[in-house]
Design a protein around this ligand. Structure first.
Ligand SMILES: Nc1nc2c(ncn2[C@@H]2O[C@H](COP(=O)(O)OP(=O)(O)OP(=O)(O)O)[C@@H](O)[C@H]2O)c(=O)[nH]1
Ligand SMILES: *[C@@H]1O[C@H](CO)[C@@H](O)[C@H](O)[C@H]1NC(C)=O
Ligand SMILES: *[C@@H]1O[C@H](CO)[C@@H](O)[C@H](O)[C@H]1NC(C)=O
Ligand SMILES: [Mg+2]
Length: 378
């Protein structure tokens, strides 16, 4: 414990020196003059200060394109996910995108069928691109010891761990952790909004969340946070600590370790942002800190020997390499991915014309981690 605290102290001071020469992350570089309005008093989480009215385009059928972000939707799906992803996409269009007109990138480990593409393109007037994932970025690397991987999958099946026996699920987690942002179709974008099949969007999103990310220098946005299954990440935290110890300069000053750990970094409390919803900065994943971090994790083989999820991996990366203020809770976006939902409360519910019942809200349920996010600001 002492040792970790000491290490973090050193990390923070070293980072201060290094940050002026390399990393942009962890430093407020582009907060504009209006940023003060958002940030609010230091004693409040930033999301308690609502998005200013100037950002809202309530009565415009198509938002005036005076300012647009460099952003896209990203959907990783199979051909068989057509109906589920059409359902999600229709809601994205109706609640937000028919007004803001951002493009879509669909990714798959095999080619999309013509019929899939036609059905998807019919849902929008914006650009939709369909990409195939390079073989090596999806499949289990040849240096993974298959005997050890099989043994671990069998154990997880026996223990009833969800997706414990699945190799494709592991491929998906590894791809989302370290490769999607390197896909050629995403190179031209800075921000993305990840959308999965069969999710629900409860409220009108009458402002552009990408512009809010950009103007406030945010790198990661979430709607739901919760605990991970310990059995899927047995050695993840030991690996993270080992990375931090050998690369102290990457850890941001004023990071969000307080969200991840209840004892100053000694142990992981299993909290993570639920990554089926993400609005985030692709350049953050492309940064030296996160790239090296992913490489280090990948070398341990934990995506296959265990079942490391992209949610804890992204969350730990964001929490350590960004400032806590750069992680945004989209309190006003009503969202459901089975079996949990975030339903905006009070005025936000009315403002967004939300159709969820505010009493059905995961925010402060016992399995939620939002209180650990909040406590970092008090
Ligand atoms: N192309 C492709 N996409 C996949 C594959 N497996 C999962 N995905 C996508 O990866 C994302 C996460 O997979 P899900 O099956 O939703 O995993 P989950 O959200 O942890 O679990 P659920 O509770 O089943 O939703 C979704 O967008 C899926 O469509 C696969 O084998 N191929
Ligand atoms: C696309 O644009 C055309 C012409 O402006 C319009 O008639 C049509 O309804 C639009 N479709 C969608 C899905 O927005
Ligand atoms: C959008 O962002 C990407 C990644 O940072 C960058 O390469 C690209 O030049 C940007 N495009 C525009 C139009 O600013
Ligand atoms: Mg899902």
């Amino acid at each position: 414990m002492r040792y970790i605290l000491l290490a973090l102290g050193v990390i923070i001071s070293i980072h201060y020196i290094l940050s002026f020469t390399h990393e942009e992350y962890g430093r407020a570089t582009s907060i504009s003059t209006i940023a003060g309005q958002f940030t609010g008093p230091k004693s409040n989480p930033p999301y308690k200060t609502p998005v200013p009215d100037e950002y809202y385009k309530v009565d415009e059928p198509i938002a005036l394109q005076d300012r647009k972000s460099n952003a896209t939707f990203v959907m990783l799906v199979r051909n068989s996910d057509l109906s589920g992803i059409m359902s999600s996409m229709k809601q994205i269009e109706d609640r937000f995108n028919k007004k803001f007109q951002y493009p879509y990138v669909f990714l798959n480990d095999e080619p999309f069928t013509e019929s899939f593409k036609e059905h998807i393109q019919a849902l929008t007037n914006t650009t939709v691109e369909f990409g195939v994932i390079p073989h090596d970025q999806w499949h289990q690397p040849s240096w993974i010891d298959e005997e050890r991987a099989t043994k671990s999958r069998d154990e997880m099946v026996r223990d009833g761990v969800i997706y414990g026996g699945s190799v494709p699920y592991r491929n998906m987690c590894r791809f989302n952790s370290g490769f999607f942002y390197r896909h050629e179709l995403l190179q031209k974008y800075r921000y993305y909004w990840r959308v999965e099949p069969d999710v629900k969007l409860f409220c009108d999103v009458d402002y552009d969340p990408f512009l809010v990310m950009q103007d406030q220098n945010k790198v990661y946005g979430f709607t739901i946070s919760l605990f991970e299954y310990q059995s899927t990440i047995q050695t993840l935290w030991t690996t993270v600590k080992s990375f931090i110890n050998s690369n102290p300069g990457f850890v941001s000053p004023d990071n969000a370790m307080g969200f991840l750990s209840d004892d100053g970094g000694e142990s992981y409390n299993l909290c993570h942002f639920w990554s089926n919803f993400e609005i985030a900065d692709l350049d953050f994943w492309r940064s030296e800190a996160y790239s090296k971090f992913f490489e280090f994790l990948d070398e341990q083989g934990g995506f296959y020997y265990e079942r490391w999820g992209d949610a804890p991996v992204h969350s730990i990366g964001a929490a350590l390499f960004a400032k806590k203020e750069q992680i945004h809770f989209f309190n006003d976006i009503g969202y459901r991915h089975e079996p949990f939902q975030h339903c905006p409360q009070g005025e936000l519910n009315t403002k967004g014309k939300c159709w969820c019942d505010p009493s059905q809200n995961f925010d402060y349920e016992w399995y939620s981690c939002l209180n650990k996010y909040d406590r970092m600001f008090s």
